[in-house]
Ligand binder design. Structure first.
Ligand SMILES: O=C(O)CCC(=O)C(=O)O
Length: 280
């Protein structure tokens, strides 16, 4: 993560990394989704509160469970867990040790899919699961979202939106702003191309705008990571690793570790997994 990217992530509470995935990786992920299209469900999490502007005619679509899709379709998703280009971002944002918070999922939207009311913690109270601090030259966050775009998104299409800088807001966000009814100019619908990565802090106020593009559906892969000591949402494991863990690399396995600190496997920027960090 270079100085420009650190500046932008600190300033905005989100960062766009262009072309993080190669065309081959995007194609492999999209082929896996296409081959499993019958598994698409509705996203029970999407809701619009009392908003008249976030409503649509139907809910967002959602895929989950991709890590256990039949081979070869699970592989491109397993490869994302500790993607070599994403590791340095996670090491900068979370410091030494981070983990997959819960199963990755894909959000889809087609014309008039409803939005999701803006949410996220801001500084008005301490929330140990979603926060941002910068101290002693280091940034640290609660859960963060790595959103890989699998289809292009233009500004105005809908989908992911954020209030830039809101991870540092001192006051509660008024309901009518969270419902996208007023001051819409502070809400940014982040555009991106297939293969771009958007990293955002769960503490940055964010949500989903209704989808307006009639030519193209939204297809975004969300992978959420927490620092090594935190578990935000329900997990991908029960009391122990799933049996398919043997099919993973050492780095991928270490991402599935439960929350703990002592003698934890850590992933170096170059992808090597170590128990004692080569640097602090
Ligand atoms: O990417 C988006 O549309 C926002 C996702 C989100 O915040 C959620 O599903 O909780």
């Amino acid at each position: 993560m270079n100085e420009r990217e650190k500046f932008l992530f600190d300033l905005q509470g989100f960062l766009v990394v262009k072309n993080l995935l190669t065309q081959e990786e995007v194609d492999a992920l999209n082929a896996a989704v296409d081959a499993n299209f019958d598994k698409r469900g509705e996203d029970g999490n999407s809701h619009t509160g009392d908003s008249k502007t976030l409503v649509g005619t139907h809910k967002r679509g959602m895929f989950s469970g991709m890590l256990t899709w039949q081979k070869p379709w699970c592989q491109p998703f397993r490869d994302i867990l500790a993607h070599p280009k994403s590791i340095p971002y996670l090491n900068t944002i979370h410091g030494r040790g981070w983990r997959l918070d819960h199963s990755p999922f894909i959000l889809t939207s087609d014309l008039k899919s409803e939005g999701l009311i803006l949410h996220g913690s801001s500084n008005h109270h301490f929330d140990g699961s979603q926060y941002y601090v910068y101290r002693n030259g280091q940034m640290r966050c609660g859960m963060v979202v790595f959103q890989y775009q699998l289809h292009d998104v233009n500004e105005g299409d809908g989908g992911l939106c954020v209030i830039p800088g809101s991870h540092k807001a001192n006051l509660r966000c008024p309901k009518e702003i969270r419902e996208w009814e007023v001051n819409r100019e502070v809400v940014y619908n982040i555009p991106g191309k297939a293969g771009d990565l958007i990293i955002f802090n769960e503490a940055t106020i964010h949500g989903t705008l209704p989808w307006t593009n009639r030519e193209r559906e939204r297809r975004s892969l969300l992978v959420r990571y927490s620092p090594k000591y935190l578990h935000f949402a329900g997990g991908y494991y029960k009391s122990e690793f799933p049996e398919w863990v043997d099919e993973l690399t050492e780095a991928q396995r270490s991402v599935l570790e439960p929350p703990y600190i002592y003698n934890r496997p850590l992933i170096e920027d170059d992808g090597e997994t170590v128990v004692r960090p080569r640097r602090e």
